[in-house]
Design a protein around this ligand. Structure first.
Ligand code: NAD
Length: 488
């Protein structure tokens, strides 16, 4: 990363353990602070040449890295963990500046990322195989795990720390070399993660960062040295990347968009439910893949619940997330805000009504895209606002007669990332667990957050592939197995 006295930082690509400028003539884009419009950096739109360089560096590094004893790899991860922990305030500040989420959320995200490194540091246990001493008389059989080779990761703007950390720490713990292509909207944190990775003592080329967008992704998907791809992003991009990677014979996991429902039953603690749902719907300006975007309230509870929800939403302050006590930052850019507002306006035209309108003029400008908490009622499932992921602080409310109807409504969505139930009934919790399509379920909480040690289990159009990110699924994804059957 180079710094110029005359303007914003000019990012390069982290290849083979140092910063390299992209080829002359490569396009570039600005990285802006979404709260202020300040240009933080200029990022190259790398293409085939840069991906070629990074893949070659990764392939070279892999030859030795795969032979480094697993406990030695784990010790480097312990060192990396300490460095990340020591730099957590710096990392959170970068995150808030490039993504817009408030500092408290950013710190929470940094912690989630660190937990992934902690999980990966368990590599000696995670990489173990298994044996059966007698599969036949005097014959034994054993399973051994090996890395795949060079693995690529493509990540979204909304979790610049956590999502890359779902990928590269575990992949390198398993003995792979990694090529990360972060979001072009939030590349700064990945760049810092790469520098700290080198500082921890990992050999050059084990982690490489190529900045860019679709062109770089296309080059990754076509590169014969890349054995597997982890993708996290929007549904159309996930579906396309999955299809292309699979057609090229690569292992692929593609985590996609969401339309998460919360069901509130009359026997729930309604005040707690309202506060949890407001935080889940409007926190990070609704730009979480686990955001609550629809709440289905049991009819008999609606009259009591709606004022509580409105109160909880009204208490949330909107502004620059770098200012303490400002939980709702801006959307990532004006295009995202305008797309969400278009769907909102369509819904109003078709009969939906606003209980709370976050379109406050004074927050918005051509440079920054704020939207306050917005609650839409009279929503029906034939409206695009119910069907599409908005990725904005807009919450749709519907009423349902009972749990069965709430589950049926949520299961009509083509997405199945997460769903939450608010209730005091164990039987209702069981029915919810058994019948919901979504893979990440929450009970009496707003965000069933993904944890490093369990798989992030989205389904339907929220996930393309077989093995999920994180946990044992992650280990399976980043390793191949050999079976040895022996008679001595
Ligand atoms: P995005 O799809 O625009 O971009 C994600 C990554 O893919 C970026 O690195 C981008 O450069 C690249 N990309 C974009 N379009 C591409 C294309 N056509 N072909 C190949 N690569 C492409 O997503 P985003 O706006 O950065 O992130 C928000 C989305 O990510 C939301 O839909 C959110 O739900 C989803 N998300 C999902 C999870 C999950 O775990 N399921 C987690 C975080 C975010």
């Amino acid at each position: 990363m180079t710094e110029t006295s005359a303007g914003p930082r000019k990012l390069g690509n982290w290849i083979g353990g140092s910063w390299k400028e992209a080829a002359v003539g490569t396009g570039q884009a600005e990285v802006r602070n979404p709260a202020t419009g300040e240009v933080l950096a200029v990022v190259p739109m790398s293409g085939r040449a840069e991906v070629e360089d990074a893949a070659a560096a990764a392939l070279l590094a892999f030859r030795d890295w795969r032979k480094v004893p697993v406990p030695a790899r784990a010790r480097l991860l312990f060192r990396y963990r300490e460095l990340l922990h020591g730099c957590r305030m710096e990392l959170a500040a970068i995150l808030t500046a490039e993504n817009g989420k408030c500092l408290e959320e950013a710190l929470g995200e940094v912690q989630r990322g660190i937990e992934c490194v902690e999980f990966a540091a368990g590599a000696p246990t995670l990489m173990m195989g298994s044996q059966l001493p007698d599969i036949a008389g005097g014959i034994e059989s054993g399973m051994y795990r090996y890395p795949l080779g060079v693995v690529a990761g493509i990540t979204p703007f909304n979790f610049p720390m956590m999502v890359p950390c779902w990928m590269f720490p575990l992949a390198v713990a398993c003995g792979n070399a990694f090529l990360l292509k972060p979001s072009e909207k939030t590349p700064l944190l990945s760049c810092r993660l790469a520098e700290l990775f080198a500082e921890a003592g990992f050999p050059p080329g084990v982690l490489n960062v190529v900045n860019g967008s679709k062109e770089a992704v296309d080059a990754l998907l076509e590169h014969p040295a890349i054995a597997a791809v982890s993708f996290v992003g929007s549904q159309p991009a996930a579906a396309a990347v999955h299809a292309r990677a699979a057609a090229a014979g690569k292992r692929i996991q593609a985590l996609a968009g969401a339309k998460n429902h919360s069901i509130v039953l009359a026997d729930a603690d309604l005040k707690a439910a309202a506060s949890q749902i407001a935080a889940a719907a409007f926190g990070s300006a609704g730009q979480r893949c686990m955001a609550c975007s629809v709440v289905a309230v049991q009819e008999s509870a609606a009259e009591a619940f709606m004022p509580l929800l409105q109160d909880a939403a009204e208490a949330l302050i909107v502004g620059d997330g770098a200012r303490p006590g400002t939980p709702i930052g801006p959307l990532i850019d004006c295009g995202s805000r305008d797309r969400a507002l278009k769907l909102l306006e369509l819904a109003i035209r078709d009969g939906a009504a606003l209980l709370m309108d976050g379109r406050r003029g004074e927050w918005n400008s051509d440079e920054a895209a704020f939207l306050g908490p917005t609650i839409v009622v009279e929503v029906t499932p034939d409206m695009a606002i119910w069907q599409e992921e908005l990725f904005a602080p807009i919450l749709c409310v519907l009423t349902v007669p009972d749990l069965k109807a709430g589950i049926a409504l949520a299961n009509r969505s083509r997405y199945a990332n997460g769903a939450c139930l608010f209730t005091d009934s164990a039987a209702a919790v069981r029915e919810f667990r058994e019948e919901m399509d979504a893979g990440m379920l929450g009970v009496n909480l707003g965000v069933p957050a993904p944890m490093a040690f369990f798989p992030f289990s989205g389904a339907k159009s929220s996930f393309y592939g077989d093995l999920h990110a994180n946990g044992r699924d992650g280990v399976e994804f980043y390793t191949r197995k050999k079976m040895v059957t022996a008679r001595y």
